[in-house]
Ligand binder design. Sequence first.
Ligand SMILES: NC(=O)c1ccc[n+]([C@@H]2O[C@H](COP(=O)([O-])OP(=O)(O)OC[C@H]3O[C@@H](n4cnc5c(N)ncnc54)[C@H](O)[C@@H]3O)[C@@H](O)[C@H]2O)c1
Length: 307
Amino acid sequence: MNVYKKVAIIGTGTMGPGMGAVLERAGCETRLYDVSQAALDKAAIVLNIARGVLDRLEAPQTAGGSIRFCTELADAVKDADLVIEAVPEKLELKHEVFNQILKLAPAHAVLASNTSGIPITKIAEGCDSGTERIIGMHWSNPPHLIPLIEVIPGNGTSDAVTQQLMKFSESFGYSAVLEKEVLGFVENRILYAILRECVDLVERGIISHSDMDTCVKWGIGYKLAVIGPLELIDMAGLDIYRSVASYLNKDLSTASEVSPMITKIADQGRLGMKTKGGIYDYTDEQIAAKGAARAAKLIAVRKVLSE
Ligand SMILES: NC(=O)c1ccc[n+]([C@@H]2O[C@H](COP(=O)([O-])OP(=O)(O)OC[C@H]3O[C@@H](n4cnc5c(N)ncnc54)[C@H](O)[C@@H]3O)[C@@H](O)[C@H]2O)c1
């Protein structure tokens, strides 16, 4: 039996429906609430896609799970054991939503934020009560495919709530990692360190953008999916790492501003797949084909890595 049986997800944009599908499959009575009817309508479609992916993953299923769409916040949270907030990344909005939830949810409910990087202590500071029950639960996008949850207690979060959320996240087969508060949280810090170096090397003409993608996918990505970075240091040898890092670290990008290359392309209105062009160009057919291939490969890789 799950630590949290009844779960409410607040905000059903990019993240909400996939998280809902995972929790439904984990046996939770799951409520999805959004202020926008259009978002709820779209969420119903995305939820079915996510359910299909979980079937293809052959993810374990616990009986008793369900999904209910709600148009009233009170209805969504009134008997919730866990509330997961997934509204846009604005501190004032998070404060407003958390204070509403605190008034409407049971006193025992744990209030988790899926924020990508706002410190949990800052979210709790704007709340009228409940600090010990407020915690970060950061899922990775797409949440139904990437089985990792970063758990981030704030200064006032109780240890019991932190341990409970770790246990809950692991109960449905996800890996949960515990972190102290740090800007951006750990996963995104690593990603952004990699992205900064990649963009810098392409910008300096050291490598083309397509060769960069090949280099990272086959040289680093493939390997890191099997061997963690600290395991990799042990595998290579600390003597080797120390001697290479002693000259290479000095030469890596330390740029604190966003790269001029990215700024220039973005200023032209080229925002990536959503505008059919960014660093690469895309047709509608290519976007659809890439999406399908990406999902199929991630499913296959996750199955192998879970063996
Ligand atoms: N998109 C990602 O890749 C990703 C990954 C991890 C974490 N996150 C974080 O998750 C949170 C949600 O991100 P997203 O990408 O799903 O956002 P989104 O903009 O796609 O969706 C947010 C949803 O919240 C709804 N909303 C706005 N105000 C609301 C309110 N008062 N009550 C209920 N619903 C409300 C909106 O209508 C919208 O449907 C953010 O904090 C974000 O930083 C996003």
